[in-house]
Design a protein around this ligand. Sequence first.
Ligand code: FCB
Length: 448
Amino acid sequence: MPKISFPKNFVWGVAASAYQVEGAWNEDGKGPSIWDTFSHTPGKVANDENGDVACDHYHRWKEDIALMSKLGVKTYRFSTSWPRILPEGTGAVNKKGLDFYDRLVDELLKHKIEPYVCLFHWDLPQALQDKGGWPNRETAHHFTEYARIVAARLSDRVSVILTHNEPWVAAFVGYFLGEHAPGFKDLGAAFKALHHLLLSHGLAAEAIRAEARGAVKIGITLNLNPVHAATDSKKDREAAGRVDAIMNRIVLDPLLSGTSPILEFKMGKVLTGGIIKPGDLEKIRTLDLLGVNYYSRAVMKHAATIPVVNVAQVHPEGNEYSGMWEIYPEGLYELLTRIWKNYQPQCELMITENGIPVPDGLDFDGRVRDERRIRYLRNHIAQVQRAIADGVPVKGYFHWSLMDNFEWALGYGQRFGLVYVDFKTQKRIVKDSGRWFAEVIRTNGLRD
Ligand code: FCB
């Protein structure tokens, strides 16, 4: 008997995304995405790595699904590549591209793995970026058309469609920080991009529901971080409040309350220049499933030297850190209970990503003993259970990721998988954490 059990029918899954695993960047009629352009530009990605081949999943998909099946995975969250389906972003459909996802869905169902399809995991068709990308409102309409095409083809077998993965990251890391494609450093463009991403969620939801051949739940997945003040001082607390508004509430409020914190700030109005048109917020507020991607918290202090927001991040002593973030399991509980209390969402709630990069390698006997990942997962999954015990009806948990893959600007250096990938040979090796997670799924809980 597990020590900690989860509700019956709890959804245990693994997640991945098209650009990070597929490879085949220019095969079978696929058009270039902004990530192809960005990663082919020297100096943008660590070691100038790219997703041209990645995990070669476009060719090894059957083997990868068999691996999931072996681990007992019940649900697979993957993304469709917009430029594989519509090479120009709009207009003619690339039949071979759409067929790929059709086959993928059939094979998953054959193994009794439920497909969760995400329509946008950051790989915008380059052709649409050339017309302005997400800061251009038209992109939201093109996205709606793309959503309709995917829904028409897959909704007889797929019952969950997520519109976007982490729209905040797509907007702010891509258009303001410049660390992700398309690599811009324009705050105004980031605000516009975010609004149009959210708007496209609402427009696509309507289109998918109109097109669906079966009952389809519409979801979105958000990167959310509890924001803590570095000290108890009024200035630090206000700094944390500003960051919370600009990172969390900026996506949660429109989706769950039909409001936007942008409208509260003078600066927000200046930067967004009236992009929120009458009726937009009503359109955005439509959701059957809210997916929470959780990795860490943010601890902030007041910093007059940083323009506009006047905040700086601090990294407190005393906790463990990974190659990317502070490890802070309690934050997951805090986040889930906060969403539940503050917003009382009418939709389902799930963890759609959680995981840790570990510098994994093969031991002398070819095994990957990734104790650190197991510890991380055990501690985070326990916090999900704690939230459920306190009344938050969390319906599922997806591990990021099935296998090591292309970690955006960090290239192949950060390994997140339950399965180790030797990128030279494309050999897959199940890590200790993979076997451990399989037990969690099998027993629907934690043994220790
Ligand atoms: C999330 C992304 C996902 C992956 C993890 C580590 O922000 O959605 O693609 O890169 O981080």
